[in-house]
Design a protein around this ligand. Structure first.
Ligand SMILES: [Mn+2]
Length: 336
C-alpha cells in the first residue's frame, strides 16, 4: 500500500523508540524505491507548532507518516492541510482516536499498553518484520528494565537468547541514542536514524559509537547529580513532589530514575528547563494507573500526554507552579 506514494515525509519522536522506528520505516521505504525525508519536531513540544511545516512543504510529499509522536486529532487535520498530503500515524501512546483510515495505534483503539511497549513493536507487526535489534531498542528505550513485566517479554527473551544479546546492553544503547535529544542535538538525532540502519544487527559495534558515548557521559553526569535531589513535600503519604532544573532535556529520565527509587510511590517532578524549551510536570508510578490523571488534565485544557505509568504536562514556565498543583490534584482524584 505504501508503494503508491513516491515521496514520504517521516515525522518522528526524538527519543530512541522514535529514532529506531524511523530507521526501520526508512529502510523499508527505501527498499520500495520510495524517497524519504526525516523531520524532527521541536524537542519538548507535542503539537502542530513543533513541526517544521515549511520543510515538509518544500519536499512536496505524497504522504506524511507520524511516528511515535502523539498529536491531537485537530493537529493531524492541520498537518494534512498544510502538507497537502494524507497523514498516517503509527504510535502506541494513549490518545483520542481520530476518524482516520491511516491511523495505526492499537493502544488508542483500546488494546492494553502492555501489549505495545513501543512504536517499534507496532511497526514490527504492521510491516511484518522480524524482532530485530531496532525493535528491541524501541522497547528498551520506552520501558527499560520494566520490559520484563510486559506480556511480550517471552518473545523478547527468546530473541535475546538466539542472538546472545543482553537486555541491559540494549538499554545502554537506547540511552546512548537518547543522549542526542537530551543535549538538544537535532543533527545528531537525524544522523542516528541512518547510523542505526548501518549498524543493523551488530549490537557490539553500536555500543562502541564514540559520538553517542561522549554525549551520554555528559548526560549521565547531570542525571546523577539531579537524582540526589530531595522531595520538597510528600502528599497523602504516596505522592513525592520534586522541583528540578537543568539545561538538558532530562525531565523524563529523572522522573523515571526517581520512580525506580520509590516503586511504591507516585513521583511528581516540576521540571524547569533552563534556556530554550518548555517546562514540564511529570508523574510516574510503577504501581498506580495514571490513565485517568491524563484524562482529567486534558479536560482542564492542559497539553498532556502519557501512558498508563506516566503522565506529562507541557507548560510555559510561568505556569509551572499551577500545573504542578493541578497534577497533584488530578492524581489524588485518580487514586482515591
Ligand atoms: Mn514510544
Amino acid at each position: 500500500m505504501l508503494r503508491s506514494y513516491p515521496r514520504i515525509s517521516i515525522v518522528f519522536h526524538w527519543d530512541s523508540d522514535g529514532i529506531a522506528s524511523a530507521s526501520l520505516l526508512k529502510e523499508t521505504l527505501l527498499s520500495y524505491g520510495i524517497e524519504t525525508q526525516l523531520i524532527v519536531p521541536t524537542i519538548g513540544y507535542y503539537n502542530i507548532d513543533a513541526i517544521p511545516l515549511s520543510k515538509i512543504k518544500d519536499f512536496t510529499p505524497h504522504l506524511v507518516i507520524v511516528l511515535d509522536y502523539a498529536l491531537k486529532p485537530w493537529d493531524l487535520e492541520q498537518l494534512e492541510y498544510e502538507a497537502s498530503a494524507p497523514v498516517m500515524v503509527i504510535d502506541h501512546h494513549l490518545n483520542q482516536l481520530p476518524e482516520k483510515p491511516l491511523y495505526h495505534n492499537p493502544v488508542a483503539r483500546g488494546l492494553p499498553g502492555e501489549l505495545y511497549p513501543s512504536t517499534t513493536w507496532v511497526l514490527q507487526e504492521l510491516l511484518r518484520i522480524d524482532v530485530n535489534l531496532r525493535v528491541l531498542i524501541g522497547i528498551a528505550g520506552d520501558r527499560g528494565v520494566k520490559a520484563e513485566e510486559t506480556p511480550i517479554w517471552d518473545t523478547i527473551e527468546q530473541t535475546l537468547r538466539n542472538r546472545k544479546w543482553n537486555w541491559n546492553k540494549i538499554i545502554e544503547l537506547a540511552e546512548m541514542i537518547d543522549s542526542n535529544y537530551r543535549i538538544g542535538d537535532y543533527e545528531g538525532i537525524t544522523r542516528a536514524v541512518d547510523k542505526l540502519a548501518a549498524y543493523g544487527e551488530s549490537l557490539e559495534e553500536a555500543l562502541k559509537d564514540q559520538e553517542w558515548l561522549r554525549k551520554k557521559k555528559l548526560v549521565d553526569k547531570e542525571i546523577e547529580k539531579l537524582v540526589q535531589t530531595q522531595p520538597i513535600k510528600t502528599v497523602d503519604n504516596k505522592i513525592l513532589v520534586y522541583t528540578i532544573e537543568s539545561k538538558y532535556y532530562i525531565a523524563s529520565a529523572i522522573t523515571r530514575k526517581l520512580a525506580l527509587k520509590h516503586p511504591d510511590k507516585i513521583v511528581v517532578v516540576a521540571y524547569k528547563h533552563l534556556g530554550e524549551g518548555p517546562c514540564h510536570v511529570y508523574a510516574r508510578s510503577w504501581k498506580h494507573d495514571l490513565s485517568t490523571t491524563i484524562t482529567l488534565l486534558s479536560l482542564r485544557d492542559y497539553e498532556v500526554g502519557g501512558k498508563k505509568e506516566v503522565a506529562a504536562i507541557t507548560t510555559n514556565c510561568e505556569q509551572l507552579n499551577q500545573a504542578l498543583q493541578d497534577m497533584i490534584e488530578a492524581i489524588r482524584n485518580t487514586i482515591k
